[in-house]
Design a protein around this ligand. Structure first.
Ligand code: PMP
Length: 362
């Protein structure tokens, strides 16, 4: 199988799996309990908290564990219930939908702007948002789910008040995430009814999951993975982009290769439907996605591609290839061994008039 859907989920890392396996028997106790096994479990949780804090240049106390990025995003927007909330149009649905629910007229204002988008990989102008927020005494939240490990992060330099993370995008388990909340900024828990996380997030600790998150963070810190992404993974991504443009008539890129995460490539194929391409690739053992997996099955075109291209046809004919550290040039070759034929076949039976391709020119 050629797996190019790392932005949806990165497979569980071997080191993570082993750490979690050990934790199942060693640290099974309720981490809030006052007995020794409870303390031992809590020590492990605090270790993960320190690792994340170190990696993003925060204080451990500024990190709250959650069930994932969706919960982290919801928690921040919920804190600003009834206040003015301005989310960038490229945000993940967990921000966009929460903004619809919580947006109001009160101050202070909250801006929500990711550093780079999960569907196309493009960087957004977070710096501009932070400057604007300073002028207005507003707060800034940034969903950094896709950034962790790919680009080095310093929340102080970024100037954000809140930041969101998820373990399953970095080789950790699904169902574990974190929220950075800068000291002395407003906070209102989303999940109440427990003293965990200093009353900032109730519910029994997911100790094994948090230990897995820690193992994934340890690897990032040890290997400085952002350097590998910048060199090796970018090289693969760019090679695929160049080959797609050269070898597939009617193809275009939705990712700005010069200003994007190194591991994401979003491309459109004129007169070929994205979902059909995805299914044909799947049959060949090549795993990709159309936009964001969270919106899979949605017949509406991706809001991100609509915001970027304004063209529903381009949006409907898009595929996201997202790379991880395990990919090699063989994976690029494997894609290019089957993708041109699939696109050509679909273009041949399409009822959508092809603008720039002649059906038999390739
Ligand atoms: N934000 C972004 C940018 C994402 O890419 C995702 C996952 N697709 C999420 C939030 C949701 O993450 P989780 O599955 O951890 O809730």
């Amino acid at each position: 199988m050629t797996y190019l859907d790392y932005a949806a989920i990165s497979p569980l890392d071997k080191e993570v799996m082993e750490a979690m396996h050990r934790a199942e028997t060693q640290f099974f106790a309720n981490a809030s309990a006052l007995h020794t096994p409870g303390h031992l479990a809590m020590n492990q949780i605090e270790y993960t908290r320190e690792l994340l804090a170190k990696l993003i240049n925060a204080e451990p106390d500024e990190i709250i564990f959650t069930s994932g990025a969706s919960e982290s995003n919801n928690t921040v927007l919920h804190t600003f219930e009834g206040c003015q909330i301005e989310a960038s149009p490229l945000e993940h649905h967990s921000v966009i939908e929460a903004a619809k629910v919580y947006n109001g007229k009160k101050l202070p204002k909250l801006y929500s702007c990711m550093l780079a988008n999960n569907e196309i990989g493009d960087f957004l102008d977070l710096e501009k948002i932070v400057k604007q927020a300073k002028k207005e005494n507003a707060f800034v939240h940034s969903d950094l789910t896709q950034i962790l490990g790919k680009v080095s992060i310093d929340v102080k330099k970024l100037g954000v008040d809140y930041a969101t993370f998820s373990a399953h995008k970095i080789g950790g388990p699904v169902g574990v995430g974190a929220l950075y909340v800068k000291k002395d900024t407003p906070f209102k828990p989303l999940i109440i009814g427990g003293n965990q996380e200093k009353k900032r997030r109730g519910s029994t600790y997911n100790t094994v999951g948090i230990i897995g998150f820690g193992a994934a963070l340890e690897k990032i810190i040890r290997e400085k993975t952002w350097e590998k992404y910048d060199q090796d993974v970018r090289h693969l991504r760019d090679a695929l982009a160049q080959r797609i443009l050269k070898e597939i008539p009617g193809s275009s890129l939705n990712t700005n290769l010069k200003n994007s995460l190194p591991n994401i490539l979003n491309a459109s194929f004129e007169a070929a439907e994205g979902e059909s391409i995805q299914l044909y690739l799947d049959a060949e053992g090549v795993i990709v996605s159309t936009g964001s997996a969270c919106a899979a099955g949605d017949i509406k075109p991706s809001h991100v591609l609509m915001a970027k291209t304004g063209d529903a046809e381009v949006a409907h004919s898009s595929i996201r290839f997202s790379f991880g550290l395990e990919n090699t040039m063989e994976d690029v070759d494997r894609v290019m061994a089957v993708l041109p034929g699939i696109v050509k076949r679909l273009q041949g039976i399409s009822t959508i008039p092809a603008k720039s391709i002649s059906r038999d020119n390739s």
